[in-house]
Design a protein around this ligand. Structure first.
Ligand SMILES: C[S@@+](CC[C@H](N)C(=O)[O-])C[C@H]1O[C@@H](n2cnc3c(N)ncnc32)[C@H](O)[C@@H]1O
Length: 255
């Protein structure tokens, strides 16, 4: 699955009536005025309550854990069944994560950069390898596809075209952790609301390799979330934070 969807940055500037975004806190410098700044992930309005336990902490958790992944891979293996089965509450109450001072939102001013004119994320100090750069916050949403309906396009249209949508968890219909009668795909979409992680660009056309990666992790309250982590070699002060969106993401855009 391509975890970043298809809404183009250009499509952000539509003729729709202007609605003031609902910020969690004053946004950091460089924040776009039509996107809500989040310090906590938000559940989308249609998120099925039965799926909330899948996002919750395991009572026996000792410390937050993170595992690397490609954007195009399923994350179903990243959260253990014991983690998910032991969650009994349905209260999703993540703690606030302020904008991290180690990164800044900048305009891409190099004409040869493939995201020229857009925004990017830059390290304000050296970020060591194995250090978390920033959690990826956005609207958490779910698609549930019943058996036999795989061919139908029943993805939530609010997120289907997003270029800021990461896959967080996927469960087959037969997975014992899955409370619903269909394939479940949970994503986090920062197109309309998110934090500075939404400005992480792909390394292609910018550098020879990524210096960061997306991982599944857990927030301070133990909730399942996506995070950006520095790779081997770290990220030098002033360098752009660059991940690989994965071949699946680029493949979907070449079709
Ligand atoms: C998650 S956003 C990244 C932040 C984006 N630059 C912005 O200002 O909002 C993904 C979008 O950034 C652009 N982008 C990021 N990395 C790119 C790359 N290596 N080549 C071309 N476009 C890229 C594409 O427009 C893509 O749809």
């Amino acid at each position: 699955m391509a975890c970043l969807g298809r809404r183009s940055v250009a499509a952000d500037a539509e003729d729709a009536p202007r609605v003031e975004p609902r910020h969690d806190a004053p946004p950091p410098p460089g924040w776009p005025e039509d996107v809500a700044f989040l310090t906590r992930p938000r559940l989308g309005p249609a998120f099925p309550p039965a799926l909330i336990p899948l996002l919750l902490p395991q009572p026996t958790a000792q410390s937050p854990t993170s595992s690397p992944l490609s954007l195009s891979s399923s994350l179903s293996s990243s959260a253990s069944s014991s983690t998910l089965l032991s969650a009994s509450s349905t209260r999703f109450a993540p703690r606030a994560t302020p904008h991290p001072a180690i990164v800044a939102i900048k305009r891409v001013t190099t004409p040869s950069h493939p995201a020229y004119g857009q925004r990017c994320l830059v390290a304000r100090r050296r970020i060591a390898q194995g250090e978390m750069v920033i959690p990826y916050l956005g609207i958490i949403h779910a698609d549930v596809v019943s058996e036999g309906e795989e061919e139908k396009s029943n993805k939530d249209p609010a997120h289907a075209e997003s270029d800021y949508d990461l896959s967080l968890l996927r469960l087959s219909a037969s997975d014992i952790r899955n409370p619903l009668p269909g394939h479940v795909s949970i994503g986090v979409d920062a197109a309309q609301a998110g934090n500075a992680a939404r400005f992480v660009n792909d390394y292609r056309g910018v550098a020879s390799k990524p210096n960061a990666e997306f991982r599944v992790g857990r927030g301070e309250a133990g909730e399942l979330r996506m995070e950006v982590w520095a790779l081997k070699g770290g990220i030098a002060k002033g360098d752009e934070v660059l991940v690989s969106y994965g071949k699946g993401w680029w493949g979907a855009r070449r079709q």
